[in-house]
Design a protein around this ligand. Structure first.
Ligand SMILES: [Zn+2]
Length: 109
C-alpha cells in the first residue's frame, strides 16, 4: 500500500486515475453517457478541426487577395482620378467589405 502511495506521488498519470476512481467511488449512481455518444462527439469535433485546418490557407489567401486588391484600387484611383477618387474608392471598398462580411457571417461561412 505504501509503494502505491509513493508511486502516486511521483506519477501524474496514475495520480489522475486515482482521483477519477475515488470520485467514481463517491458517486456510484453518477450517470455516464453512452460510449457511442462520446465517440460520436469526439469524431464530430475531429472532423470540424480537420475542416478548419484545411480551410485555413484559403482564408489567409482571401485576406491577402483583399489587401492586394485594395492597394491596387487605391493606386489606380490615385493615378487616374486624384484624391477625391481615392476617398470615393475607399468608401466603396469599405462598403463592399462590410457588406461581404455581413453576408459571409450571416450565411455561415
Ligand atoms: Zn504510474
Amino acid at each position: 500500500m505504501r509503494e502505491i502511495e509513493e508511486h502516486l506521488d511521483s506519477c501524474p498519470h496514475c495520480a489522475e486515475t486515482a482521483i477519477i476512481m475515488s470520485s467514481l467511488e463517491q458517486e456510484p449512481d453518477m450517470a455516464v453517457p453512452p460510449a457511442g455518444l462520446i465517440y460520436w462527439k469526439a469524431e464530430l469535433a475531429a472532423r470540424r478541426e480537420r475542416a478548419e485546418r484545411a480551410l485555413r490557407p484559403a482564408r489567409v489567401m482571401e485576406v491577402a487577395a483583399s489587401l492586394i486588391l485594395t492597394v491596387l484600387v487605391v493606386v489606380a484611383l490615385a493615378v487616374a482620378g486624384g484624391p477625391m477618387a481615392v476617398i470615393g474608392g475607399l468608401g466603396c471598398i469599405l462598403m463592399f467589405g462590410i457588406g461581404g462580411s455581413v453576408i459571409y457571417f450571416t450565411l455561415g461561412r
